[in-house]
Ligand binder design. Structure first.
Ligand SMILES: *Cc1c(COP(=O)(O)O)cnc(C)c1O
Length: 344
């Protein structure tokens, strides 16, 4: 049986021997007392990377978004986000359950919105309205197919936010994918946001962990809510060490994942019955459509699985594939071969 090519998500990566060694050797302390040197170091590294005052290490990307939103809103507030955004669709109802906010959804294109769309839905002060408390963007955009926000669009939304006195949050789970693809720095993006996140357990290859990044007073508030959410971890340096390792060794190589995604997209585009916009593949996520007589998405996923290729069905006609550091160029070629055979 050849090795499994797992393209369901970039969360499936496993810590490399080098990363495991760094974890085993990590200096640790009680992080709830701010005494874990490895966690402290990771938080300082990421704050500097984003050009912000402070950062806090948390268990997951969901927790990072939810803490940032909780810390910047009050129950009954309204936040603005794109209809297909991760916090709205994939965080188990946490916006309602934990932050107690309602959401004003905007339709984007591949997850990207215009400033005019935002301006149109910011609430005016009125006793009937839920006050607009936060504007949330996602970069890269997961359901948008790993799309990248153009900086000028972010800037014009920031102008609306400043004019209306509404803070901005960035779901930056995969911000480093955007940076590697564009050559921009995390600071170039983060400067427009009051709060940001970063996931270490996606393409960066760490087993656990995300960060929330912002001003010192904001991060202090997040600390309190992290404890309240049950996310205060103790000798978390063993995990943080994996994050430090990921930032040192696994950032530049994201470019390989992006090349592999395009390689896969080109291979798919040649197979009759499968449809993909190759030009829309700009980072490590791609969606393609199955329009083939007698072949449903669940059938295709099942057939691929028996051949050791894993992908994720995301709709009646759509499938997602995500490239990452545990999938090689050879793995991509095998996935294309298997797809071609199975579809035929
Ligand atoms: C994966 C992801 C998250 C966080 O997910 P967790 O599984 O909770 O770590 C947040 N935002 C985006 C855009 C994501 O893709």
């Amino acid at each position: 049986m050849p090795e499994i090519v797992d393209l369901r998500s970039d969360t499936v990566t496993k810590p490399s021997p080098g990363m495991r060694k760094a974890m085993a050797e990590a200096e640790v302390g009680d992080d709830v007392f701010h005494e874990d040197p490895s966690v402290n170091r990771l938080e300082e590294m990421v704050a500097a990377l984003y050009g912000k005052e402070a950062a806090v290490y948390v268990a997951s990307g969901t927790m990072a978004n939810q803490l940032a939103i909780r810390a910047q809103t009050h129950h009954g507030d309204e936040i603005i986000m794109e209809r297909t955004s991760h916090p709205f669709n994939s965080e188990a109802g946490a916006l309602a359950a934990l932050a107690g906010v309602q959401v004003n959804l905007v339709d984007g294109q591949q997850g990207i919105m215009d400033a005019e769309q935002i301006r149109a839905v910011v609430r005016s002060p009125n006793v009937h309205h839920a006050p607009t408390a936060l504007i949330c963007l996602e970069n890269t955009h997961n359901r948008g197919g790993g799309s990248i926000w153009p900086l000028d669009k972010i800037r014009s939304i920031r102008d609306v936010a400043t004019a209306t006195n509404v803070p901005m949050h960035l779901d930056g789970a995969r911000l480093l994918n955007a940076c590697v693809a564009t050559g921009l720095t995390p600071r170039d993006y983060a400067q427009y946001f009051d709060s940001c996140t970063l996931c270490l357990s996606k393409g960066l290859g760490a087993p656990v962990g995300s960060l929330v990044i912002g001003t010192k007073p904001f991060v202090e508030r997040v600390h309190r809510f992290r404890k309240q959410f049950g996310g205060g971890m103790r000798q978390a340096g063993i995990l943080a060490a994996a994050g430090i390792y990921a930032l040192q060794y696994n950032v530049e190589r994201l470019a390989e994942d992006h090349l592999n995604a395009v390689r896969l997209a080109r291979g798919l585009a040649d197979i009759g019955g499968l449809h993909i916009d190759v030009n829309a593949v700009v980072t490590n996520i791609l969606y393609f459509h199955v329009r083939h007589p007698g072949l449903t998405v669940p059938m295709l996923i099942e057939r691929l699985k028996t051949e050791g290729v894993l992908m994720l069905g995301t709709g009646p006609h759509s499938i997602r594939a995500v490239t990452h550091l545990d999938v090689s160029k050879e793995g991509i070629d095998r996935a294309i071969d298997v797809l071609r055979r199975v579809v035929r």
